[in-house]
Design a protein around this ligand. Structure first.
Ligand code: FES
Length: 153
């Protein structure tokens, strides 16, 4: 991990009474470096926060927005929880699979997109919801998807 990222993690740790409290933001800093959290990145975070690497890995593997393997340049999450299920997320997911030619958990051969399913994206009132990188798309219909994806090159 680059020194600038480690410095940022140490700075974050200094903001809290307990270094452990900086773990989630530290993992985001580490993930921004390579787009995912390699074993080496997890070890660097653990060392910087003086935490066991098993704890850091456990936390990183719990949250769907941390990637423990390489992903595409853009990651598309389709919410499949209750509100989205009742409002047609399966049609959205099926259409995305058709358009991208991949299934959830996979990355397109050109490395442009990874497709994942997600639990709640906190847009239940506008279901079905899709998250592309940090952009949340609400009330998505299968017909919108190609236009939506065209924004991500
Ligand atoms: S259930 Fe899909 S956003 Fe909440």
């Amino acid at each position: 991990m680059k020194e600038a990222a480690l410095e940022e993690i140490r700075r974050l740790a200094g903001l809290y009474e307990h270094r452990r409290s900086a773990l989630l933001p530290a993992l985001f800093v580490a993930q921004q470096e390579a787009g995912y959290l390699s074993p080496a990145a997890l070890e660097s975070v653990a060392e910087a926060l003086e935490l066991p690497v098993t704890e850091v890995t456990s936390v990183a593997s719990f949250y769907g927005l941390f990637y423990l393997e390489p992903v595409g340049r853009h990651v598309v999450h389709v919410c499949t929880n209750l509100s989205c299920m009742l409002n047609g997320c399966q049609r959205v997911l099926s259409r995305l699979q058709e358009v991208m030619g991949i299934r959830p958990g996979e990355t397109t051969p050109d490395g442009r997109f990874s497709l994942r399913t997600a639990e709640c994206l906190a847009a239940c009132e506008e279901a079905p919801a899709v998250l592309v990188d940090e952009d949340r798309w609400a009330a998505v219909s299968p017909e919108d998807l190609e236009t939506m994806l065209d924004r991500y090159r």
